[in-house]
Ligand binder design. Structure first.
Ligand SMILES: C[S@@+](CC[C@H](N)C(=O)[O-])C[C@H]1O[C@@H](n2cnc3c(N)ncnc32)[C@H](O)[C@@H]1O
Length: 293
């Protein structure tokens, strides 16, 4: 019998029909955000891999595996996974073709050849049953309404007795720089930038493991990840944060405008400053599911 075909459909803008009503789960919502992510992905390598590496470790990824990364966006953690595989492959799947195009360009820039992209909505993944040795997903499961349905889809495409690992943002109170960046944007543009609370809707302990259990995984675990990331003054960390938060406002900014805007943002982050560096607290959660054997 032929091996099941794991490959997604060829990438094509507008290919994926959006089944959900939620704004942030709509393909055009993310399409419109993609210029900000393109700006944020100027360097092909991830700017910080600390959480990616932990996610990969928990997924028990081995070098010959066929791995799926769901809601991969511009390619995280798929790019890092590809670098760890020798004979294996990684498929970066996302509903937004524009984000995947950036992921593909990053892979090409890094001469990574075991990397594929596939357009697909996580509520109905475009893959056959039991195709993948491991599934990862970073900062995507917060967005769909039917999170259990999306986790069931992951279980469907995963081989028996293998791992799926999701990362989500922790609560906003434990990630205070999101608020600080928004306040800097409000001051510079003179308009409201309300925090995107949807980003944190799986951030409280127990929520993610509950989704994983309800989806039918044999085991469900949850881990809090904490980091105090050291950022040098003037680092493009803040520029990337602004680009992702306000993609609609950055397109026509001159370098002079950028410098003013970033000054505002860095000022709002002064509580985290220690001498020449910022110590940025970051809290995320990992949810780990094992498929039944
Ligand atoms: C915050 S970005 C995260 C991207 C990447 N994993 C990362 O950590 O940089 C969220 C991504 O989820 C994707 N997304 C949101 N809802 C989705 C859905 N229902 N199906 C597939 N992708 C979805 C968006 O297109 C976007 O690329």
């Amino acid at each position: 019998m032929d091996a099941p075909d794991c490959l997604g459909q060829p990438i094509k803008a507008g290919l994926v029909k959006d089944p959900a009503s939620d704004t942030e789960n709509r393909t055009d919502y993310w399409k419109n955000r993609s210029p900000g992510w393109t700006e944020a992905a100027t360097s092909a390598k991830p700017s910080d891999d600390t959480f990616n590496l932990r996610l990969i470790e928990e997924a028990d990824i081995e070098s010959n595996m066929k791995v799926l990364d769901v809601a991969s966006g511009t390619g995280d953690p798929a790019i890092t996974i590809a670098g760890k595989l020798t004979s294996g492959t990684v498929t970066a799947c996302d509903m937004t073709s524009e984000m995947l195009a950036v992921a593909a360009a990053r892979a090409q820039k890094l001469s990574i050849n075991n990397f594929q992209i596939a357009a697909g909505n996580m509520i109905s993944l475009p893959f056959a049953d039991s195709c993948f040795d491991a599934v990862t997903s970073r900062n995507g499961l917060m967005f769909p309404d039917d999170k259990v349905g999306c986790a069931k889809e992951v279980l469907r495409v995963l081989k028996p007795n293998r791992k799926a690992v999701w990362m989500v943002w922790g609560p906003i109170e434990k990630n205070p720089t999101f608020g600080a960046v928004n306040t800097g944007l409000e001051k510079y543009f003179g308009e409201d930038f309300p925090p995107r609370m949807i980003r944190h809707n799986l951030g409280d302990a127990g929520l993610l493991s509950d989704v994983i259990e309800k989806a039918g995984f044999a085991g469900a675990e949850e881990i809090e990840l904490k980091q105090e990331r050291t950022i040098k003054q003037g680092d493009d960390y803040f520029r990337r944060a602004v680009a992702r938060t306000a993609p609609h406002r950055i397109e026509n900014l001159s370098e002079e405008n950028w410098a003013d805007l970033l000054k505002n943002v860095e000022e709002r982050c002064s509580d985290f400053r220690e001498g020449e560096v910022y110590k940025i607290p970051i809290v995320a959660r990992l949810g780990i599911g094992t498929s039944p054997g």
